[in-house]
Ligand binder design. Structure first.
Ligand code: MN
Length: 247
């Protein structure tokens, strides 16, 4: 099995290294990842300049572009052969609810899926890599179990791994995305020129976090597995808009 591994934290991230090593036990792994932290890059493609690909001493390739660029370049030209699976992560921090819209981790997986390759995004719910080795082993185990299913029925899966010791995991739950409150306000600061600048503030607290959601599952120590759709059509809104326009 050939697996393309990417992420949004950069090719040097402990999370991608742990994941790539764990997957290498049973798969042929190629790592193509951003040269710097591109968290929050979402699905952006770089269209105004060419992209450079270099190889680190680790053998991992890095691109001066976004997570989406990495997977796009890898699948549409860089790799000799098409991967069977794209695996993104392990991200430094959760990607649940509305985070998935902004996430470069999910976007890297999504790009694979858009290009016809089944894909899985992995995130560790607490930042700073607590229990990373256990999380990587859990991720690799899930990839091994899910790969044959995904080859038969291609999907995009978003998986959040609770940051607990493997022995303390309370199982796996298949979830829907929860929702967050509106983001916190921007944080103003003054730059050395005396100008006001703004830091984007933190994401809002979980709002829809009840049973069945990703937030609820990881809160209770379970691995959260959410199948993701890409169809943006507001199907439930079609009748109302047709009615408004008599169309
Ligand atoms: Mn990230």
């Amino acid at each position: 099995m050939r697996i393309l591994v990417s992420n949004d934290d950069g090719y040097f991230s402990p999370g991608i290294d742990a994941l790539a090593r764990a997957l290498s036990a049973f798969a042929e792994v190629s790592v193509v990842a951003p040269e710097r932290d591109r968290s929050g890059a979402s699905n952006s493609l770089t269209l105004d300049r060419p992209l450079s690909v270099r190889r680190a001493a680790s053998g991992y390739r890095y691109v001066d572009g976004t997570p989406t660029d990495c997977v796009h370049v890898a699948i549409t030209g860089l790799l000799g052969q098409r991967p069977d699976l794209v695996v993104s992560g392990i991200n430094d921090g959760a990607n649940m609810g509305d985070d998935t819209i902004y996430s470069g981790t999910v976007a890297a997986a999504m790009e694979g899926f858009l290009l016809g390759v089944p894909a899985i995004a992995f995130s560790l719910t607490r930042r700073g890599w607590p229990h990373l080795d256990g999380a990587a082993a859990t991720a690799a185990g899930l990839v091994r179990r899910l790969a044959p299913r995904l080859f038969a029925q291609p999907m995009l899966l978003n998986i959040n791994l609770p940051a607990v010791a493997a022995a303390d995991l309370a199982g796996i739950e298949v979830t829907r995305l929860g929702k967050r409150h509106m983001a916190e306000p921007v944080v103003p600061a003054t730059n050395p020129r005396g100008e006001t600048v703004y830091w984007i503030g933190p994401a809002g607290q979980a709002r829809d976090a009840g049973p069945g959601t990703d937030f609820h599952a990881v809160e209770h120590g379970r691995v959260s597995v959410t199948p993701i759709n890409i169809d943006l059509t507001g199907t439930q809104a079609l009748p109302a808009v047709r009615d408004w326009l008599g169309a």
